[in-house]
Design a protein around this ligand. Structure first.
Ligand SMILES: NC(=O)c1ccc[n+]([C@@H]2O[C@H](COP(=O)([O-])OP(=O)(O)OC[C@H]3O[C@@H](n4cnc5c(N)ncnc54)[C@H](OP(=O)(O)O)[C@@H]3O)[C@@H](O)[C@H]2O)c1
Length: 325
């Protein structure tokens, strides 16, 4: 018998249930991983609340974890029992003492990266990889705006942007978070709870604004973000921390400077085992070189995942959060 978190209905953190379950045998193309650390991500709160729909209820929760291969399906050639692995790309169910998933969603973990670091960095780091290295086509020296710069994704973005020679302006919700983002490599910060973001971006860029704006806050920042994009620039809307962006009048893109918008997700970039592995290799190289460090701001026991959700949604966390089974 083992334990996992599941939801039987949508709602607040109180719908997370800590239940007994029997670890299933992996199917022919699957692997069972004994989780050693699990990553907490904002997207987990969307699946919990019902903003995103799990395939069915009851459902497991969580997309990211790291551990050891415990059982392999008959057709799996790439992995053996005992291999150290990590994953970030579903299916749902990472919040458990084990997770069964298709072998092509796994990457092998280099010895230098421990399980907690992997669980803290995989989903968020692969996201930063595609945001900065695949969506952005930077020469170095550009000034970009990145919202929630002291958060999980943001902490990694500050460091990776600095390594690419970018001037990252990070928005944050408190002076402490501003200090933290600057220490991680943000070129400047704007406290969006007290300052006018569009005005500050104009000042910081001498009126030029930013060629690319990264917005994971969604509803609350959409209008402001449009005002921060330079003519013919790109708004990357990649999250809904304050709620989803809906009802957009496309004409606004013309009015604000013939802008581009994209709404990407990790699964759309890490969509083959080869692309997933290549993105992970680049992330692991950034970690190994020390150019990007994993910032674990909080640890919770897996059984207390509801407390972790509360902390994340009430903006009390910094950096990454891991759940320990
Ligand atoms: N599309 C993708 O592929 C992809 C992949 C990974 C993550 N994401 C998105 O990236 C964002 C960051 O994810 P994360 O897991 O690293 O979370 P996080 O940044 O650690 O936490 C979210 C942060 O957003 C800020 N925030 C602003 N308004 C908020 C509100 N109304 N409610 C809660 N937080 C608010 C808070 O920082 P302040 O206090 O500084 O404002 C909070 O700490 C999420 O929106 C997530 O959905 C998207």
């Amino acid at each position: 018998m083992a334990k996992r978190i599941q939801i039987s209905r949508h709602g607040g953190p109180e719908v997370l249930e800590w239940v007994d379950c029997t670890p299933p045998e992996p199917g022919p193309h699957e692997v069972r991983v004994r989780n050693r650390a699990i990553g907490l991500n904002f997207i987990d709160t969307y699946y919990r609340s019902g903003l995103y729909a799990p395939p069915q209820l009851p459902s497991g929760l969580g997309l990211e974890g790291a551990g050891e291969v415990e059982a392999v399906g008959s057709e799996v050639g790439r992995f053996r029992v005992g291999d150290r692995v990590a994953y970030a790309n579903g299916p749902l169910g990472a919040y458990g003492e084990f997770h069964v998933l298709p072998a092509d969603r796994l990457v092998r973990l280099p010895d230098a990266i421990d399980f907690e670091q992997a669980a803290a960095a995989m989903l968020k780091g692969l996201t930063v990889q595609y945001l900065l290295r695949q969506i952005g086509h930077f020469q170095g020296g550009e000034t970009i705006l990145f919202h929630a710069a002291a958060g999980g994704v943001g902490s990694l973005a500050c460091q990776w942007a600095r390594a690419l020679g970018l001037r990252l302006i990070g928005t944050v919700g408190s002076p402490e978070k501003a200090e933290r983002a600057r220490a991680l490599g943000a070129w400047a910060t704007i406290d969006y709870s007290r300052e006018n973001v569009a005005q500050r971006v104009l000042e910081l860029t001498d009126g030029r604004k930013c060629p690319v704006v990264y917005d994971s806050i969604g509803k609350d920042t959409w209008d402001t973000s449009l005002d921060c994009v330079a003519p013919r620039g790109l708004l990357v809307s990649f999250g809904n921390a304050s709620g989803p962006v809906t009802g957009v009048n496309l004409g606004v893109l013309a009015q604000k400077g013939s802008l581009f918008v994209t709404r990407p997700q990790l699964a759309g970039y890490a969509d083959t085992p080869e692309r997933l592995q290549a993105m992970a290799d680049e992330l692991f190289a950034m970690l190994a070189s020390g150019q990007v460090r994993v910032e674990i701001g909080q640890r919770f026991s897996l059984a207390e995942a509801a407390r972790a959700h509360e902390a994340l949604a009430s903006r009390q966390t910094v950096g990454s959060t891991v759940l320990l089974p």
